[in-house]
Design a protein around this ligand. Structure first.
Ligand code: CU
Length: 160
């Protein structure tokens, strides 16, 4: 009976799993990380950032750092006198807590002007399914539910 019960629980979890959305972790610059010579506007171009998502800045802490700045300081590459993000570890995680535009620059002299600057727009709400894979996602979800129903049916038949 314990086996059947866990089978039913498994089926219920399998049915509910697709509805649970989780935060996305973005490593800024992808495999390149945070350094000179990476086009961060291109990296951010096709990505959607939502509240709760996390940015990870990976860099050599002896060479680079990360400052969160406002739009004006972003444009002029002005490095603030204080670091609002805490310590520079070379593996800095930043949780996107509010919606709106966010700007980040490297504070090492010349690096922001050299391209180490990232601007993103954080959106409110949960991430929707990406458009190109919507059809396949739908098929996958339906298949998932179908599988779950089979499990439940088998379990009920075996219990009764
Ligand atoms: Cu730098």
């Amino acid at each position: 009976m314990a086996v059947l019960r866990s089978l039913v629980i498994f089926a219920i979890v399998a049915l509910m799993a697709p509805a649970i959305s989780s935060a996305t972790e973005f490593v800024v610059g992808g495999d390149d990380g945070w350094k000179l010579g990476v086009k961060y506007d291109e990296w951010a171009q096709n990505k959607q950032f939502f509240i709760g998502d996390i940015l990870v800045f990976k860099y050599n802490p002896g060479v680079h750092n990360v400052y969160k700045v406002n739009g004006d300081d972003f444009k002029s590459c002005n490095v603030p006198s204080n670091n609002s993000l805490g310590s520079f570890t070379g593996n800095d995680t930043i949780k996107l807590a509010t919606a709106g535009n966010k700007w980040y620059i490297c504070g090492t002299s010349g690096h922001c002007d050299g391209g180490m600057k990232l601007k993103i727009a954080v959106l409110d709400g949960a991430a929707p399914a990406p458009a190109p894979s919507a059809a396949s996602a739908l098929v996958a979800t339906n298949f998932h539910i179908f599988l779950g129903m089979i499990f439940v049916t088998v379990a009920i038949v075996m219990v009764s």
